[in-house]
Design a protein around this ligand. Sequence first.
Ligand code: SF4
Length: 187
Amino acid sequence: MGEMTKPSTHVIEAGQSGFATTKFNELLAWSRKYSLFQYPFVTACCAMEFMSSMSPRFDLARFGSEAPRFTPRQSDVLWVVGTISQRQAPVLKRVYEQMCDPKWVIAFGTCASSGGFYDNYATLAGIDKVVPVDIYIPGCPPRPEGVMDGLLLLQDKIQKGDRTPRIVKPRHDPAAALTQLRTSRNA
Ligand code: SF4
């Protein structure tokens, strides 16, 4: 038997860049965005819609993101679902700090995003007061398609290595729907 030819290799040193490194990073980002283990930090009524979004009807499993982990150390995405009180804020921060890098945060619903209509001393006016947020999903509660849009937006950010906070836009403009309703009533 003849001797097999060894493939030639070139090690890319630190500080150098090249084709292989770029492609590897893209592959890594691609694999990360389709294997997101989630940590649900669920406190209030948004939980009902969160459970609905995770159900087979909407099937977040097809985006590689349905498996919950009830320890922050094994989680990639922190879903903050519901109102956060001032007393809960240090706990939320601790959970975030226990997650390994890279990690992402989704504010699910208006309360998690901004405190919602709770304008009082006991409620945190948005989780970004204590943890960095990647995706804000508006709604009281958000609709399941808004949740899916938020997840797809996060996957897009992971692929691009973009850490800029993003807000999910509604698929339908509520102001336009109201105008249409008024017009049809007056007709
Ligand atoms: S956004 Fe609305 S549904 Fe969600 S926790 Fe706040 S009050 Fe409840």
